[in-house]
Design a protein around this ligand. Structure first.
Ligand SMILES: [Zn+2]
Length: 76
């Protein structure tokens, strides 16, 4: 199944979800607020990928203390 990227306008959270093609146009539940989020433009999906192969969250708030996945300063 292909992986689609979704972006929640409320939380500015991008996330990927593996779905069938028939479901790709439907909103996907946001991992934060559980509201259905519209699909993001997949052309920019590779833009966030760094050389280490790890996908970093895009559009989320980050601070200088964000060295790990959890950050108490910005809520991670
Ligand atoms: Zn959300």
């Amino acid at each position: 199944m292909p992986v689609y990227e979704y972006c929640c306008p409320d939380c500015s959270v991008r996330f990927e979800l593996m779905r069938s093609i028939s479901q790709s146009g439907d909103g996907a539940p946001c991992p934060k607020c559980r509201k259905p989020a519209p699909r993001a433009m997949s052309r920019f999906a590779s833009f966030s990928k760094s050389d280490n192969g790890m996908s970093a969250p895009i559009g989320g708030s980050s601070c200088s203390g964000c060295s790990s996945s959890s950050c108490s300063t910005c809520g991670g």
